[in-house]
Design a protein around this ligand. Sequence first.
Ligand SMILES: Nc1nc2c(ncn2[C@@H]2O[C@H](COP(=O)(O)OP(=O)(O)OP(=O)(O)O)[C@@H](O)[C@H]2O)c(=O)[nH]1
Ligand SMILES: [Mg+2]
Length: 186
Amino acid sequence: MKELDTFVKIVVIGDSNVGKTWFLSTFVNNHKLPEKCEPTLFDNLSTQFVFHGIEYELSLWDTSGAPERKKLRCLSYQDADVFIMCYSIDNRSSYDNIRFRWLKELRRRCPGVPRILVGLKSDLRSKLTYPLLPKDGEILQFDIQASAFFEFSITTPKKHADIFAEAVRLALLKKVHVRRQSCCMQ
Ligand SMILES: Nc1nc2c(ncn2[C@@H]2O[C@H](COP(=O)(O)OP(=O)(O)OP(=O)(O)O)[C@@H](O)[C@H]2O)c(=O)[nH]1
Ligand SMILES: [Mg+2]
């Protein structure tokens, strides 16, 4: 395999405060919680990840959910292999915005790039009267044609592995597809 094939760019998007930064930073820092808790402007992390015995370099782009940061956020979409679209299970508007805000943005700017849907803060479910349920996530996954749906909480960090394995799998499929298309055009 060429070196390019072991580099995967993953961009994480979703409303402010849904837990995107904690999701990424606990993955990169071996489950350690962030020391500071500030809204993100823009951040770029990287880590190695082994999938089917091959080590991949993951370039992880953390974005701001704030509407006024759209310009900056969209700059990070360039050459994305996979998007992880996040809502929080305790925040219905963050769930609705996946459909009405984030999907619209991706369809316009990055059509054809695979998407994974993740419901964050799943540990809060037991404390809520009307939390979003896994079946709500599955419905949304179907509606937005995301390739997979997961729930995640910083209290169950082992799930990172499932989510990023799926992201790498989708990125590889996309790279093969792009390569086939460019071969056909030559
Ligand atoms: N209960 C619970 N709280 C969480 C979890 N992940 C994050 N949080 C809380 O949610 C807050 C916001 O998390 P961030 O990761 O900063 O949110 P964000 O989506 O990056 O927000 P922006 O950078 O403003 O777009 C944090 O201060 C944590 O207290 C989780 O899995 N469970
Ligand atoms: Mg953040």
